[in-house]
Design a protein around this ligand. Sequence first.
Ligand SMILES: *Cc1c(COP(=O)(O)O)cnc(C)c1O
Length: 408
Amino acid sequence: MTTTATSAAGAPVAAPNGHARPQTRAVHITAPEPPGSRPLSVPLYQTSGFAFEDPDAIADAMAGPDGAFVYTRRGNPTTRALESALADLEGGAAAMATASGMGAISSVLLSLLRPGDHVIAQQCLYGGTFSILSDLAERYGVEVTAVTGDDPAEVRAALRRNSRLLYLETIANPTTQVVDLPALLAVGRSAGLIGVVDNSLATPLLCRPIECGADIVVHSTTKYLGGHSDVIGGAAVFADRARHREVWQRAVELGATADPFAAWLTIRGIQTLPLRMRQHCENASFLARRLAAHPAVTAVHWPGLESHPGHRVARRLLSGYGGVLAFDLAGGREAGRRFISSVELASLALSLGGVETLVTHPASTSHRELAPEQLALAGIGAGTVRVGVGIEHPEDLWADFRQALAGL
Ligand SMILES: *Cc1c(COP(=O)(O)O)cnc(C)c1O
């Protein structure tokens, strides 16, 4: 029978044996076995490691990602709960949660590419992805060809004998380009390429790239999956278990895997993703249509608009058009700057996917260093404003935008 002591502060401290001193009993606090009930939320296992009874069991556990938990960099029950949820939602065989979206993207690329390999990548890519591909090209001899993604023939023409990987995004940013994933991935697959799709902006609720032929889906869970601007995280979901194991091994070496608390926050976010995503999409539709009718706005980029070049593809591919939109101001760079300084409800910030509406003007913020031609290549005009539409009441958002537009 175990005895229960009382600490100096009055809280009970479970002692593993009755003879231990307070210094020892304070250290050896254990969790109760739930007696006949279970916690409603996924417990947070905020532990760096796990204790074993049997020395042989440690060696068995170290053999791969699916054994007993040993050390949290390799696996943790809270993180595993997130991984199972993501694999399930994306229709994959296994998932790996990472410390950030870039942790997932870097782990995938560094695991699967070798010097001399060739990558075909969509031209309009997340900035961090563009950076690591440039680094791999410069430092590790990986060849990269950019394609617009508008035509499968373009991918076919880019194929080489050493082509290894095709990298695409479901909804690109800030252009909101939607490429024909099944058609492009089929070209890659027929040539033996690994198809990787960044699904951060669509989320598995709007699109499941594995069903479109992708081998790996990467996410910045910092965005919609977390959804509350309070956590940095990422994930890679794999159609194939062997590939999961290969990339997981590299991610463990790189130290790119997720912290349990971040995983726990992300799980809590995912529980309301369906409700949030519906409102993000509805609000984006509301704002896109009002912006399109405003005289200060020359163009609105949102896949749900019939005028969007990818609308027909988006209608076939997505079960909602997403919460990111961009619009071009007639007044160019100065108008863009003024707009992002004049909004009051929306905040000027570079992220997206949270419950609150965020705006940015790439030409004077994130892309300030780019020459006009480079901006144009990235699909950004001098007066382009990007909006990560939140879940506020849409009329309040429009009132804010209208007053900011009136001051231009
Ligand atoms: C934010 C983002 C990333 C990077 O994710 P982090 O969590 O910031 O590392 C990758 N891809 C897309 C599409 C993103 O929006």
